[in-house]
Design a protein around this ligand. Sequence first.
Ligand code: NAP
Length: 292
Amino acid sequence: MDCIDLIKGSSRIFGIIGHPVSHSFSPVLQNSIESLCQKNSVYVAFPVEEGQVKTAIKGGFALGIQGFNVTVPFKVEVMDCLCEIDPFAKQIGAVNTLKRMSQGFKGYNTDILGMEKSLTIQGISLKGKRVAVLGAGGAAHAAVILAASRGAKKLQIVNRTIKKAENLLEHVKNYYNINGESISYTEFLKGEKPDILIQTTSCGMGKTAETPLEAPSFFNGIEAVLDIIYTPWETRFLADAKKAGCIAINGFDMLLFQGIASYEIWNDVLLSKEQCLILRNNLTEYYQGISR
Ligand code: NAP
């Protein structure tokens, strides 16, 4: 079907705001979901200059935009522009999805839902597990709240800048009574191994062979490793984990399922397993093609 058949005067408009956004996969993802579900909506990218978020959100509301995804660098700043914030998003301290309400936009965090789904579709649960999170930035916030809220037995936060790991541990302890520690990479490599390792740093992103863990033998005996990076398809970190026999998951399913969760929130629908599978197959093939 052509755009000319799909976009009408009554079409509801959704979009992503960020800086930059021209590289974003979300328009392809959201318009693919729309082609499957046919809810009369269209999704575009809105580049927003730094310092202009409030104006953009206000303008978006005035223009009748029904919802936004929010990406770097606005996931925290945008929280000051909302009429309501979902409690889980408040715990994480960042939102990536805005839904239009009568008085403004309500904020949600679907990164955490995508991250959880990328693990559960591989049969991995965090309950009762020793979980280690590499990194202490925005994505790490979602990872630690996920681990704590899903009953991890132990939580390690490993970061280059140790103060940020300490602050994040303190933050999660405001909400959950969890056995946790914030440590350096050197200490981490010397200690007991986790069951599940979640890599949330940007190290290895793009066309680099960098890895935050320069110790391939450390992966031996770890059950599962999630590297939330999705470009390249397989980072060196993930290749090392795979060689050691770990279940090795890249960031694509997280990206896919955070988008599906946003669509579900906006449209008050739940996609079926079959619909999710169709999208996963089609978009994996598409994404692998363009990221090669
Ligand atoms: P962020 O807030 O900027 O945090 C970056 C983190 O990476 C910090 O903890 C930083 O450590 C660490 N880091 C950077 N370079 C490093 C290096 N060379 N060695 C060790 N640690 C290093 O970024 P973010 O928003 O959390 O995003 C992180 C990554 O996740 C990005 O690659 C992003 O594309 C990806 N992501 C994927 C999804 C998905 O759907 N799959 C969703 C969100 C984000 P310091 O504190 O020491 O600087």
